[in-house]
Design a binder for this molecule. Structure first.
Ligand code: SDX
Length: 438
């Protein structure tokens, strides 16, 4: 724990002078990234809360999983650069890395894949849940419901205090999320659900369950499965983002793992977060052609207009999102490999990026394309419907949520998350009978 590590080095501290008191606030240093001011005793010593809406300057936990340097545009999973993992690794290896802390040996990888593969099916009665939804239900609405409902079926992996049950719940969540996602898509089409095929890789299996039909052979295009696998790697984890923080907060109350991941899916759905990939495509469709770009750039700059340039900006990255760079390259490769000569959407996105990157408003505010800017264009080129874009984000991020949830549960210092507030409402007053109210 950083705090214990800090015990060996001479304790750095900040000194607060308040109300005639002098309070030492320890400064803790992680292995990389900004130092943190340890304010755990601040309220006891001063009666003060800190105030940080949106937690823009607050470290909510200690973690060893993912590190982001927003100024430099660096993203590390357990110390490995995202660019190296995207180029050399695959999603199952990266899932193992996030969950267990290191890249697996051949044997460990085999065991892990076997454990995930043997949990890909869902309880047959879960299919009944789908029939309760309208066919035009948004697939994220379905995913929030059915993932939470898993806790009604897998009673032998709900006890968060039992490490064996935590392990089984982890396998079940990573394994079943693509199956449920494909079922949501099939349900929207009125087509039969396709069972997972355990001889296929994780990404191949997902594409097979999405696009196969029972009445004919389906061959997964290796270009598509490789692209999907890489996109899953890029989306797997991202330190304490909104949905991961939601999963941690839900988990801190002792909620079961399936309920926690369902809460993460709900948070991810927002267009300011994981829902941005779908919003980018809708925005590009609205812009329609390059001649309209300036009009939308002006809308994005107008404080009275709620419109934001979707796929741009980030709470942490004040440089290029390294995932966006890889995504753009992957997009270009996929279009080329699929022999899609001209893709107006991709051309429009490139033109929009070029214009925005040369506009003072975006430069000044360090608003760069983020992971969601290009992902939707690839998904569309891969034949994924727009409404499923955020679902694919949720598939990939499930392993990150699970890894963060496991880390939190295993942290001996963890306690229920309970932020305080700055109350500016009405102070104490007497009850008024209705006859006296005006
Ligand atoms: C994800 O946190 C994560 O790690 C998330 C994620 C992950 O992997 O989990 O990376 C995934 O959610 C990526 C982000 C996807 N969202 C979008 O693409 C939606 C569009 N982006 C914005 O909504 C916004 O940029 C946020 C929500 C991403 C960040 O919001 P912030 O932190 O409030 O933005 P900021 O403080 O950096 O904004 C600074 C200024 C403000 O203007 P001023 O008050 O200074 O005049 O930039 C403006 C903002 O209004 N601004 C934008 C803008 N984003 C910020 N103006 C126009 N278009 C935008 N997209």
């Amino acid at each position: 724990m950083t705090s214990s590590a800090a015990n060996t080095a001479p304790q750095k501290k900040a000194i607060l002078h308040y109300n005639g008191k002098v309070i030492d606030l320890p400064i803790l240093q992680g292995s990389c990234g900004p130092e943190v001011l340890d304010i755990r005793n601040l309220y006891n010593e001063t009666g003060l809360f800190t105030f940080d809406p949106g937690f823009t300057a607050t470290a909510s936990c200690e973690s060893k999983i993912t590190f982001i340097d927003g100024e430099e545009g660096v993203l590390l999973y357990r110390g490995y650069h995202i660019q190296e993992l995207a180029e050399h690794s695959n999603f199952m290896e990266v899932a193992y890395l996030l969950l267990y802390g290191d890249l697996p040996t051949e044997a460990q990888r085999g065991d892990f894949i076997r454990n995930v593969t043997t949990h890909t099916m869902v309880h047959e009665q879960i299919t009944s849940f789908f029939r309760g939804f309208r066919r035009d239900a948004h697939p994220m609405a379905i995913m929030v419901g059915v993932v939470g409902a898993l806790s009604a079926f897998y009673h032998d992996s709900l006890d968060i205090n039992d490490p064996v049950q935590r392990e089984i719940a982890s396998y079940r969540l990573v394994a079943k999320i693509p199956t449920l996602a494909a079922m949501a898509y099939k349900y929207s089409l009125g087509q039969p659900f396709i069972f997972p095929l355990n001889k296929l890789s994780y990404a191949e299996n997902f594409l097979h369950m999405m696009f196969a039909v029972p009445c004919e052979e389906y061959h997964v295009n290796p270009i598509l499965s490789r692209a999907i696998d890489r996109i899953f790697i890029l989306h797997a984890d991202h330190e304490q983002n909104a949905s991961t923080s939601t999963v941690r907060l839900a988990g801190s109350s002792g909620a079961n793992p399936f309920a926690c991941i369902a809460s993460g899916i709900a948070a991810l759905w927002g267009p300011a977060h994981g829902g941005a990939n779908e919003a980018v495509l809708n925005m590009l469709a609205e812009i329609e052609y390059p001649g309209n770009i300036q009009k939308f750039i002006a809308k994005a700059k107008d404080k009275n207009d709620p419109f934001r340039l979707m796929g741009f900006g980030h709470r942490v990255y004040k440089n290029y999102d390294p995932r966006a760079t890889i995504m753009r390259e992957t997009c270009y490769d996929v279009l080329k490999e699929l022999n899609i000569k001209d893709n107006p959407l991709f051309d429009l996105a490139m033109e929009l990026e070029h214009i925005a990157m040369n506009d003072e408003y975006f430069i000044e505010r360090k608003l760069y394309p983020n992971v969601d800017f290009y992902s939707g264009i690839i998904f569309k080129a891969l034949g994924i419907p727009v409404s499923m874009f955020t679902v694919l984000f949720a598939i990939a991020r499930t392993v990150g949520w699970v890894a963060q949830w496991k880390e939190m549960i295993a942290d001996p210092t963890q306690k229920i998350g309970r932020p305080r507030q700055l109350y500016t409402g009405i102070e104490s007053r007497k009850y008024k009978p209705v006859s006296e109210r005006k």
